[in-house]
Design a protein around this ligand. Structure first.
Ligand code: AMP
Ligand code: GLY
Length: 430
C-alpha cells in the first residue's frame, strides 16, 4: 500500500521508520517531513494543515492511507476532509479531536461520563473576575490551563495563589496563547506518577500499545518549565497489569463508548495522559494522536506489520484484541537546543549521527533538523533529534541510547541525564 504521513517532527520520523519496515507498505510519502523522513520516503512540500492541498496529494500520488501525526491538522478537520472524499485515514474527526483541542470540552465530557479526572471548573476569559474569585477560594497547589491548543505549554502547575493569578493574567490579559485562552480550566492538583497509554481504535474496538512514560520538564528530577517532552521509555512498569485493566475499564472504554453515544465516534489514536493517584488512575489530559517522544519508544516495540495494523484502524475493521508486543524495552533521549523551551538559536551544524547509529540497537530520529544550502545538517528547532536505544531490558536500552547521545554534537546540546530512572526504580522495588 501507498502511505502518506502528515507532519514533520520526531513522531513522524518514528512513524515513517515503522512503515518503512512494514512488509505491506510499498511506497511512503511524508508532508512536509524532515531530513530524517527524507531518507525513508518521498518528501512533499505541503503543510500538514493545508486540507485542500493534502487532498490533492492523496489523489495525485494514489495514496491508500493517510496517517495524521500532529494535533493541529486533526483539530482543523483535515481527517474529515479526506474521509468525506472516501479516503482511508488514521486520525479522529474534528468533532472527536475536541478531546485534545478543547480542555473545557474534554473535562465536561469526562464529567458526563464519570471518567476519573481532577476536579475542575471552566471559565471564559471574558469572566476572568469569576476565575480570580474561584482561585482565591481554592487550596494550593492548583493548576491553571488555557483550554485550547498551546503546544504543551498552556498548563501551569502553581505552588502559590500568586503564581496562579500570574498564570491567569498571562492567559487572559497578555493573551499569551491567543484564542487558545478564550476559555480557562482551573483544576485540582493531583499527585502521583504520570504515564502515557495509547489506544488504537476503529471507533468501536481498540488495541493498546505498550504503556510509556514521558519526561516533560526541562530539568533533571522533573524541575523547571514543561517542554514538549525530553525523553521517554517503554514499557513503563508504573502501569502494571492490574492498573492497565483499570485504565481500560474506567477510562478508555467509557471514553470510546461516550464519544460514540454522543455522535462522534473516535477513530485513530487516543492518547491518555494519566496520573497514578492514590485513588487510582486519573486522566490528566487526552490527546488525539501519538505522543512525541513516546511514539519513538512505542512503535519499535510493535511486532505486527504496522501498515496492516493502521489500515485496520482506518477501515473500521480492527481485528484481534491486542497488538503483538516485542520483548524488551526502548528508551529515547531528546537532544534539545540550548535555552529550549524558551529562547534558543538555530542553524548550528550537527555532527555524529552516523557514529551514534553504529552503537548496537541505536537509531536516531530527526525532529528540529534541516539541510543548509550546502547540504550540512543543522539545528532548526527546540527539540533537535532523538537517540533511541532498543534492547532486552530498560537498563540496556538506556545504556545504548546514552552511548549514542555522546556521539552527537552541536552547539548548545541539552540533554536530561535521568531518562528512565523512575522505571529502573520500579524494577529495583519489585
Ligand atoms: P497538560 O497540558 O494538561 O497535559 O498538562 C501538562 C503537565 O502539567 C502534565 O503532564 C502534568 O505534569 C501537569 N499537570 C496538568 N494537570 C495537572 C493536575 N491536575 N495535577 C497535577 N499536575 C498536572
Ligand atoms: N509528549 C507529550 C505530547 O506529545 O503531548
Amino acid at each position: 500500500m501507498r502511505i502518506l504521513i502528515l507532519g514533520s517532527g520526531g513522531r513522524e520520523h518514528a512513524l515513517a521508520r515503522a512503515f518503512a519496515a512494514s512488509p505491506s507498505v510499498e511506497a511512503l510519502f511524508v508532508a512536509p517531513g524532515n531530513p530524517g523522513t527524507a531518507a525513508l520516503g518521498t518528501t512533499l512540500d505541503v503543510a500538514a494543515t493545508n486540507g485542500p492541498a493534502v487532498l490533492d496529494l492523496v489523489a495525485t500520488h494514489a495514496i491508500d492511507m493517510t496517517v495524521i501525526g500532529p494535533e493541529q491538522p486533526l483539530v482543523d478537520g483535515v481527517a474529515d476532509r479526506l474521509r468525506n472524499a472516501g479516503h482511508a485515514v488514521v486520525g479522529p474527526s474534528q468533532a472527536a479531536a475536541r478531546l485534545e483541542g478543547s480542555k473545557a470540552f474534554a473535562k465536561a465530557f469526562m464529567q458526563r461520563c464519570n471518567i476519573p479526572t481532577a476536579a475542575f471548573k471552566t471559565f471564559s476569559a471574558a469572566d476572568a473576575d469569576a476565575a480570580r474569585a474561584y482561585l482565591d477560594a481554592q487550596p494550593v497547589p492548583i493548576v491553571v490551563k488555557a483550554s485550547g491548543l498551546a503546544g504543551g505549554k498552556g498548563a501551569f502547575v502553581c505552588a502559590t495563589r500568586q503564581e496562579a493569578h500570574d498564570a491567569l493574567d498571562a492567559i487572559v490579559e497578555d493573551r499569551a496563547f491567543g484564542t487558545a485562552g478564550d476559555q480557562i480550566v482551573i483544576e485540582e492538583f493531583m499527585t502521583g506518577e504520570e504515564a502515557s497509554v495509547f489506544a488504537l481504535t476503529d471507533g468501536d474496538r481498540y488495541v493498546l500499545l505498550t504503556p510509556s512514560q514521558d519526561h516533560k520538564a526541562i530539568g533533571e528530577g522533573g524541575v523547571g518549565p514543561n517542554t514538549g517532552g525530553m525523553g521517554a521509555y517503554a514499557p513503563a512498569p508504573v502501569v502494571s497489569g492490574g492498573r492497565l485493566t483499570t485504565i481500560c475499564r474506567t477510562i478508555i472504554e467509557p471514553t470510546l463508548a461516550g464519544m460514540a453515544a454522543e455522535g462522534h465516534p473516535y477513530q485513530g489514536i487516543l492518547y491518555c495522559g494519566l496520573m497514578m493517584t492514590d485513588a487510582g488512575p486519573k486522566v490528566v489530559e487526552f490527546n488525539c494522536r501519538l505522543g512525541d517522544p513516546e511514539a519513538q519508544v512505542v512503535l519499535p516495540l510493535i511486532a505486527n506489520d504496522v501498515g496492516d495494523l493502521f489500515m485496520q484502524v482506518a477501515q473500521g475493521e480492527l481485528r484481534g484484541t491486542a497488538v503483538q508486543a516485542r520483548d524488551g524495552a526502548a528508551a529515547c533521549v531528546v537532544l534539545a537546543s540550548g535555552g529550549y523551551p524558551t529562547d534558543y538559536e538555530t542553524g548550528f551544524p550537527i555532527t555524529g549521527i552516523e557514529d551514534a547509529e553504529t552503537v548496537e540497537g541505536v537509531h536516531v530520529i530527526h525532529a528540529g533538523t534541516a539541510r543548509a544550502d550546502d547540504g550540512t545538517l543543522v539545528t532548526a528547532g527546540g527539540r533537535v533529534c532523538n537517540v533511541v536505544g532498543v534492547a532486552d531490558t530498560l537498563e540496556h536500552a538506556l545504556e545504548r541510547a546514552y552511548r549514542g547521545v555522546e556521539a552527537i554534537e552541536f552547539e548548545g546540546k541539552t540533554v536530561r541525564r535521568d531518562i528512565g530512572q523512575k522505571g529502573l526504580m520500579h524494577q529495583t522495588a519489585e
